[in-house]
Design a protein around this ligand. Structure first.
Ligand code: ADP
Ligand code: ADP
Length: 234
């Protein structure tokens, strides 16, 4: 069961006369239930790849499918709709809203969700997700009353709350000390063990150790990747 599939995806940035190939003909399949890590040095195209996977940007060429639906050429509105329904993001900088409580930060994706859940459903889902990341006792705190590791776990709860098809994770421990970083990686492993599909990009291949599959990106090219056509017809 393929969640995300890219076929021959390229991304070219044009600045004045200069053309930068950030990604070159990427073939990639992400299967339901797996924890994929993609590592590579700074500038190899990790952020660009995650932006395309998360529909934050569109490719220059190639085909991209989310749960079998072709999403290679969407309007901004269509992209936002699919993004909200299907994708959960976790960034290096936690991107929480300081003025809102932990509860309200985690509730945010549900308040904009097409299913329009009522207050009680929102409260139950927010509580369940915060308990999954070990923060059921911190719902009325503000983000700046929490440690960095706790803030990242709030961000994980927020990414999970609308039950996305996949979590896209960008360097989740980059702003954390090693102990909090280990806790965050532990939470991601537990979520994957419970069935959550994860794709993480990182500059440090050691962080990929918890993943069920590891790929390497170098100069915009995926090393040792699968043939997407074969995978989709299998
Ligand atoms: P990484 O996340 O692995 O550090 P990026 O995806 O940020 O790599 O960048 C890949 C390449 O694309 C780099 O050469 C970078 O300079 C270039 N690039 C990324 N974003 C832009 C942009 N908006 N405009 C021009 N070049 C860009
Ligand atoms: P945990 O091990 O559960 O992640 P920590 O040892 O990091 O927790 O923090 C213990 C408590 O101290 C937290 O519940 C939090 O309220 C408080 N705390 C930790 N770091 C900070 C910080 N930078 N600013 C404010 N409060 C903090």
């Amino acid at each position: 069961d393929v969640v995300l599939a890219m076929k021959g995806i390229s991304k070219v940035f044009e600045t004045q006369e200069l053309q930068t190939y950030a990604l070159r003909s990427i073939d990639l399949c992400i299967y339901r239930g797996e924890y994929l890590s993609i590592s590579g040095p700074s500038g190899c195209g990790k952020s660009t790849l995650l932006s395309l996977l998360g529909l934050l940007d569109m490719p220059t060429s190639g085909e991209y499918l989310i749960e079998g639906k072709n999403v290679s050429a969407l309007s901004l509105n269509q992209a936002a709709e699919i993004r909200n329904a299907k994708i959960g993001f976790i960034f290096q900088s936690f991107n929480l809203i300081d003025e809102l409580s932990v509860f309200d930060n985690v509730a945010l994706p549900l308040r904009y969700h097409h299913s329009k859940p009522n207050k009680q459903v929102i409260a139950e889902k927010v509580k369940a997700c915060l308990e999954k990341v070990g923060l059921g006792h911190r719902m009325s705190h503000k983000p700046n009353q929490l440690s960095g590791g706790q803030q990242q776990r709030v961000a994980i709860a927020r990414a999970l709350v609308a039950q996305p098809a996949i979590l896209l994770v960008d360097e989740p421990t980059g702003n954390l000390d090693s102990k909090s970083g280990d806790q965050v990686m532990q939470v991601l492993s537990e979520l994957n063990a419970a069935g959550t599909t994860i794709c993480m990009v990182t500059h440090d291949p050691r962080y990929g150790d918890m993943a069920t599959r590891q790929l390497k990106l170098l100069d915009g090219e995926m090393l040792g990747a699968v043939n997407t056509n074969e995978a989709l017809s299998a």
